[in-house]
Structures are given as C-alpha cells and as structure tokens.
Design a protein around this ligand. Structure first.
Ligand code: GLC
Length: 530
C-alpha cells in the first residue's frame, strides 16, 4: 500500500528517553537491554520508528546531551554490543532506530575540548569558539545562555573565553572549521553503517553563529519573571543563514545511505522553520514542528495553525507534528484528561508524520518534583521559573508493582503517585483507556491511507468544534474534534458514512445522522462513503 512513500512519511515516530523507559540491571536507570525487552510492546502499540535520546558516554550533566565520546555507549545504558543487539531486534520487528545527534556542543570532558583548551597553539584550538576578553576583561559580547547566565566562560590558563549556548560544561563546537564538519560526518557514518535509520539533530538552528559575534538586541517584549535568556533576541547567535549549508552537508551524508532520515530539532516561528527543508528540499526531511506544544488549546487557534503551517510548507515538503518531548510539559497535564484524547486524535489524523513521546499513550502526567528531587541542570541554574524538565522525564509506568515494572530499585526520578492505576498493564485490558485509544488510532491510520497520506481540508470551525477532511485516492475521512466542555453539533446533511472511532471508544459503527452530535470533549473519525 505504501510502497511509493518513504517510511518516515507514513510511519509514526516514538521518542524514548532511555533513562526512563526500562531498567534491566536494577540500578534505577533505564538502559538498552531494557528497551530490547520492551520492543514487543512498541510493536503492539503499532509505531514504526524509535528515536532514542542520547546514549553516548557522558558525564550526564545534561543527561546525555553533553557527549564525551560520539561513537561509544555510556556504561549506564550498556555496550556497543547491546546497541547492535537492539538494532537487530528492532529491525527484526520492522521497527526503525533513529539516534540523537548532538553536533552543536560536546561535553567539556570530550578529548577534543581537553585538547582545545590545553593551549592557544593546540591544533584543536579552533574546533571550539575561543575569543579574547573585551575591553577591561569582560566577555566578548552580550549573548546569554539558554540555561541562564552568560554564554562565555573564562579559561584562566589560556586567557580566553569559550562559548557555550547551554551549560558551561557544554562548549559549542566551531562549525566554521571544516575539520569539525568532517569529524561529525564521520560520526554520522559510523552509526549509519551500524544500521541506524537516521538522526534527530539536536538544536539544529544553533549550529553556526554570527562570524562577527555581534551583540544580540534587547527583546522589547520581555516581561520580568520570564527566563533571563528571553531578555535578548537571539538574532546573531542562532538561525544564521550559513546554517543551511551545514544542514545540506549533513543531508548529503544521510543520502550516501538508502532510506535514512534527517530530522531537526528547531524552535522557530513557522516561516523560519520551513526554511530548514532546504533549497530544493535538500535539507532536513523533517524539521520538527513543535507548534502544537505552545499553541493555545482551542479550535480556532489550532485550525489557524494547521492552515498557516500547510500554507508555509514548500512544495513537496512533508509535514510533521509533535505533542511533547523530554523538554516540555506533558500534554495530559497541559490540556487535561479528555482533551488529551482530543490531542491524540489530532496528532494521529493531521497530515504529516506524528511523533509520540513515551508515556503520552497511557496519559502520563507532568509529575510533581519536590525541590530535593530536582535533577535537571536548567532548573538548578534558573530555579523558581518553572523551567524544570524532570516532571516529563519520569519512569515509564508499566504495571502496579513497587517501581511500576520500570526497575527493581528506586528510580532516578520519582514515579507519578497514580502509577498504580495508570499503567500499561491495567490500560491494556481496559477497552476505554488512553492506551486503547492510541492503539485504535494507530490501527485506523494504518488501515485508512487517507489518514496518513491524504490531503487536508478544513471543513468548518464553529465555536469549539473543529472539523476537517482527509482524502486519498477517493477515500475520505472526516475528523470532528470538540475542544469545548459542552456538547456540539455538526451539520452532516448530504454526507454518508459511519463512525470509525470516538475518543470515548464507544460509538464505532454508528451511521452518521444529518446532525452529528458530539459530547463535550469528544472527537470522532468518520469514514465517508461516496
Ligand atoms: C536540546 C535538548 C535538550 C538539551 C539541549 C542542550 O534542546 O532537547 O534536552 O538540554 O538541547 O543540548
């Protein structure tokens, strides 16, 4: 059915945060053998590809996004042998494996940085961004770290500052240096040869900075109480025009291999985001579209967002949608229980590749983290502003046993207090559960190609009710989503068909009447005839 479409177009991505998915060796931290154990679950869920957050050797100051060796596996996660076993086991089940590539920065314990900081004359000095102090000895410019404070760290031994967009233990690589590019391309080839199916590239829009290191302008919309990073507009420190050449080069490496995918993590407005498809679509296959994560949750703004995104896409570019990840508040807590079902139906019926975040399929909430339980370095650097990411990184809730089937030891982050009721083992047998809804949506999507591949057409928005249609080769589905907390009606006169799925899992097979009624917070997929 899908032979003309690359897997990353019709498939569903599933993000695993490896520390929190499954622990196999009883140390309270998830690992690769644990992921292997849970592959049958992912197969049963029906997803097509797993993206693993970083699993490489790391001091773990940013939990793996500070890499000390790009071509190894951190012992906490296992070994290269375990990784190879994972690739084989996943591929045997028809699941693709996407790795996290973190090319913007390394750990300060990476041998490249250790060399680079050893002296001004070192051959790797230029692999990072070093500058003399400005004027009386201050930092070279006013840029701010995303994680709080200046982006410049002074190195007394060599008398220069180095640049870090995130933690001071995450120095940025200098992507103007072509040896850096070649080294990172070789890292990509190392994993591609080992069988990985692609990469999600960390902070793709940060990769190259202004060559003159000009000061960033102040943000006139800054309101006190926002995180300090927002005081400036990152005009010169991110999304520079030269970044597209770097992405195109990465894409060429990807294209040396068959059927691999290049995904970019990019937080930018839609008009800028879509430039990352590249000229002639020779950039990222999927610049991650995070707009649903921050858009106000109502029918009108979401319809506008979908329309704007569809209109902004370059010809031939394939869309994608994301509801959550390891950096953002969990959808279930953001929009609430029944609306999280609407969100699931939206994600899995919009045009474009969906990415699911582990645990969202069982409705995992943002878990409350006590101050003494905080692990996230961002929260530690900028406390009290609600930036903490631990609450969306808590252990997967598999069953009702002591540690939720995640581990035999106390997990590295606390479990949600309701895990005894909200877990895979219980939801699997409950035909009305969130998990059953996700499974039904995923099944429907694979049975009805219009939901995966068809065109998108907005049919109507009335109050809180959003209705759109998907069509592929004369097969049509109608999706009606009630974002409101009162019932709603849709004029279906002239339409024939039957309900394929309700978010409440109870109306399958109903023929649609002239006026289609939806309960509060109900979503429907209707298969249209004729
Ligand atoms: C990305 C990652 C985030 C990490 C940051 C720095 O935004 O998703 O988790 O902290 O990059 O590497």
């Amino acid at each position: 059915m899908h032979e003309n479409f690359a897997w990353w177009r019709f498939g569903i991505l599933y993000q695993i945060y490896p520390r929190s998915f499954q622990d196999s060796n009883g140390d309270g931290v998830g690992d690769l053998r644990g992921v292997i154990e849970r592959l049958p679950y992912l197969r049963e869920l029906g997803v097509d590809a797993l993206w693993l957050s970083p699993i490489f050797p790391s001091p773990m100051e940013d939990f793996g996004y500070d890499i000390a060796d790009y071509t190894g596996i951190d012992p906490v996660f296992g070994s290269l042998n375990d990784f190879d076993a994972l690739v084989v086991a996943a591929h045997d089940l028809g699941l693709k494996i996407v790795l996290d590539l973190v090319p913007n920065h390394t750990s300060d314990r990476h041998p490249w940085f250790i060399e680079s900081r050893s002296s001004r004359a070192n051959a790797k000095r230029d692999w990072y961004i070093w500058r003399d102090p400005k004027g009386e000895g201050g930092p070279p410019n006013n840029w701010l770290s995303e994680f709080g404070g200046s982006t410049w760290e002074f190195d007394a031994d060599t008398g220069q500052y180095y640049y870090h967009a995130f933690l001071r233990s995450q120095p940025d690589l200098n992507w103007r240096n072509h040896d850096v590019r070649r080294a990172m391309h070789d890292v990509m080839r190392f994993w591609l040869r080992r069988g990985v199916d692609g990469f999600r590239v960390d902070v793709m829009w940060h990769l190259i900075k202004d060559d003159l290191l000009r000061d960033n302008p102040p943000n006139p919309d800054f309101i006190s109480g926002q995180q300090p990073y927002q005081q400036l507009i990152p005009l010169y420190s991110a999304d520079r025009p030269e970044v597209h050449e770097i992405v195109a080069e990465m894409r060429r490496v990807i294209d040396e291999f068959d059927d691999r995918v290049l995904i970019g993590e990019i937080y930018l407005p839609l008009d800028k985001l879509v430039t990352y498809y590249g000229r002639d679509l020779a950039g990222a296959h999927l610049p991650f579209n995070f707009a649903l994560i921050s858009t106000p949750w109502n029918a009108r703004t979401i319809a506008k967002l979908v329309g704007d995104y569809e209109a902004a896409l370059p010809a031939g570019a394939w869309p994608n949608w994301v509801l959550g990840n390891h950096d953002r508040q969990r959808i279930a807590s953001r929009v609430g229980g029944d609306q999280a079902r609407i969100a699931a139906m939206l994600l899995l019926t919009l045009r474009g590749t969906p990415t699911l975040y582990y645990g969202d399929e069982i409705g995992m909430p943002q878990v409350e983290i006590r101050p003494d339980q905080v692990r996230d370095p961002w929260e530690k650097n900028v406390p009290g502003l609600g930036v903490g990411r631990d609450g969306c990184r808590t252990p997967m809730q598999w069953d009702s046993t002591l540690y939720a089937g995640f581990s035999t030891a106390a997990p590295w982050l606390p479990l949600d207090r309701n895990f005894g009721a909200d877990n895979v083992a219980i939801e699997r047998h409950d035909t009305g559960s969130m998990l059953s809804l996700y499974r039904a949506l995923i099944r429907l999507r694979s049975e009805r190609p219009e939901l995966a591949l068809g065109t998108y057409k907005l049919v109507s928005i009335a109050e809180a009710l959003l209705v759109f249609e998907r069509e592929h080769q004369d097969q049509r589905s109608l999706v009606a989503l009630n974002f409101g907390c009162v019932s709603a009606e849709f004029d279906a006169a002239g339409l024939h068909g039957q309900i394929l799925l309700s978010t409440f899992m109870d109306r399958q097979g109903e023929a649609i009447p002239k006026r289609l009624a939806l309960r509060a917070s109900e979503g429907l997929v209707v298969g249209l005839l004729g």
